[in-house]
Design a protein around this ligand. Structure first.
Ligand code: KG4
Ligand code: ZN
Length: 328
């Protein structure tokens, strides 16, 4: 089965074709980050308009790269949520219209399931069961994964997502949007242990997270300094270290609770080097990540999730355009 994937939930138009026998055939990504950076965050209306402009040309590009024509596609997977309503509707409208015209199934995919399954596109690929840590701009989730579609939520953030905390802290330190990667780069020049930030919610049982306090802690620390570049780097490092250690503590707890020996990490923040270094140093656990290019939003993970769902569950199509901006 060859599935065309369409990702348009936020500020990236991602298109890909996944073949269940041959693997990933082609993928393309257009990032709108430069356009939104001017406003310090994503402007939903501009995002929708840009997805409309980019989706069909990118579909033509992946078909041509894969040497295929439209009639070679057997299913269309699109992100139906969570995300920005208008942006999601672009992918849903185009995806469902194409599926209707070609008389093939349309597969409505949850964006977070796309991230969750994305490390399975790599070699070696993790076998089930595993614990999944999903760390993106909108979500921080720990999930017990027993198979495709068999997910049990173990814990989540009660306030800011990790990526959001990175971005907000970066913003208050004067960095551009999205600040996560800038903050991570700045932290490399930081002096360790000059500042020590709390590890939120680690001294009580459970697998939930809270990251909004770290941003306030960073703000108060910043206001207490002379605000030099070194101060900025030291705060960036202290913030990142606190986040990474908190995530690692909860991952260990989740692995112990489930008895699983594999940890799968995905979502935009899984690109973070310090996080990877920390998790890779855990004993007795195999850790899997997507390739760097597939940590953030992309069409490959949606095409893949569509193919996996179709194979595993004999997906039942629901003929509706409904998108779910807050799909849990
Ligand atoms: O998964 P993603 O592309 O979009 C969502 O689904 O939200 O994640 C984007 C998030 C942003 O908050 C971005 O700042 C963060 O991932 N991010 C990073 C790094 N690269 C991206 N955060 C920390 N360190 C990084 N290297
Ligand atoms: Zn995402």
């Amino acid at each position: 089965m060859r599935v065309l994937g369409i990702e348009s939930s936020c500020d990236e138009t991602g298109i890909a074709i996944y073949d269940t026998e041959k693997g990933l055939l082609a993928h393309r990504l257009f990032s709108q980050i430069a356009m939104h950076a001017e406003y310090g965050g994503v402007v939903p209306e501009l995002a929708s308009r840009d997805h409309i402009r980019k989706t069909l040309p990118l579909i033509e590009e992946v078909l041509s790269e894969a040497g295929l024509s439209r009639s070679d596609i057997d299913g269309i997977a699109y992100t139906a949520g969570p995300g920005l309503a208008g942006a999601l509707l672009v992918g849903a409208a185009i995806g469902r219209s194409l599926a209707w015209a070609l008389n093939i199934p349309a597969l409505a995919i949850n964006h977070m399931e796309g991230h969750l399954l994305s490390p399975l596109l790599e070699t070696p690929s993790p076998a089930f069961p595993f614990v999944s840590l999903l760390v993106s701009g909108g979500h921080t989730l720990l999930v017990d994964v027993k198979g495709v579609g068999q997910y049990e939520l173990l814990g989540e953030s009660i306030d800011d997502a990790v990526g959001e905390a990175f971005d907000k802290t970066a913003k208050l330190l004067g960095m551009d949007y999205p600040g996560g990667p800038y903050l991570a780069a700045k932290a490399e020049q930081g002096i360790a242990d000059r500042f020590v930030f709390p590890r939120p919610m680690t001294n009580r049982p459970g697998l939930d997270f809270s990251f909004s306090g770290l941003k306030t802690f960073a703000m108060n620390t910043w206001l207490d300094t002379k605000q030099t570049e070194q101060d900025k780097a030291d705060i960036a490092l202290a913030f990142q270290t606190a986040v990474v250690e908190t995530l690692a503590i909860k991952c260990k707890r989740a692995l112990k609770q489930t008895g699983h020996k594999r940890l799968v990490v995905a979502g935009g923040v899984s690109a973070n080097k310090a996080l990877r270094h920390k998790l890779d140093s855990m004993k007795g656990v195999e850790v899997f990540y997507p390739r760097q290019a597939f940590c953030s939003d992309n069409g490959a993970m949606i095409a893949f999730a569509g193919a996996m769902r179709h194979e595993a569950m004999k997906y039942q199509d629901v003929p509706s355009f409904t998108v779910r901006p807050r799909w849990p």
